[in-house]
Design a protein around this ligand. Sequence first.
Ligand code: PMP
Length: 359
Amino acid sequence: MSRFLAERYASLEAYTPGEQPTDMKYIKLNTNESPFPPSPAVIRAISEESVRALRLYPDPECGALKAALAEHFGFEKRNIFVSNGSDDILNFSFMAFCDGKKCGVAFPEISYGFYQVYADLYGVDAKKIPLASDFSVRAEDYLNVGRTVVIANPNAPTGIALSKNEIERIVASNPDHIVLIDEAYVDFGAESAVELVHKYDNLLVVRTYSKSYSLAGGRLGFAIGSEALIDDLNRIKYSTNPYNVNRLTLLAGVAAMEEHDYYMNHCRTIEANRAYTTDALTALGFEVLPSRANFVFARSPRIGGEQLYLELKRRGILVRHFKTESIREFNRITIGTLDEMKSLVAAVEEILTATGAND
Ligand code: PMP
């Protein structure tokens, strides 16, 4: 830290992204990316001509992409906000909708780590609501909370999802506060709350192209909400960085919507690979939480979470381990191709044998 850093950031604990090592080629199952490339239309969209056009600023309104998203989801452009990854939208939402003095925020105690970072960044009082003993989010805990509510659905890193009805109960019981549903992983078998935006002006649904749309490196996210909420987000965007989505990413986003089936077919493949992985790990004695996401969260009574993570890394397989006490025996394993998952299962089996954990 330099002596010039603003005092209010001196004790800020930043988010730790998953490792992106370059020392060797890993089977990368640690940051929930898609194992599949973007669709053909996306690859075609990044043409020499589009690269030449990079001399010009992008459309700050993201008009073409908003139109494509509005049509796909059955909303108007004014209900859509587009930004540089969904982290950007979460950041703007904490700025816009979590007033420390008026209300503060509530989110699950075990969830996406960035929620706490944004709360700290903006000095927002955060109420962290414990999960149930089966690691699920209990909808009842979020009724009438009197705060902005932020829930990842499916939750991360557990993968467990709430139903649309449960989300609706939460939204309906907090009419004077924003309920933000982070649907980063919804395409892998959970129910979306997007439709409820027609009915509730306090619901903001945040989505990303990073997982189901194979575009983590493009940095693209969007939100769907009432016109007034989208206006608020635009106010923040135009007060910080109006050109925050670059030209190539905008083209990629539009092209991806033209080939929606390509992506949804891959989601079904991921679901099948998730079932394979769950069954195989369960057969090896693991407890695997019931995931609706492109990852599973699993622990073994035979080997510690950190030890398994390190042993897998030694064998060229990266998974995500968290040091938080209540989940430290787990690892979060991204679902990749079937071959990748077979390699993972074989490595786990070998580790259990080599460490004597199989006895
Ligand atoms: N929400 C959740 C629950 C996530 O796991 C992630 C990915 N780390 C994000 C949001 C952010 O995704 P992105 O910024 O790539 O859109």
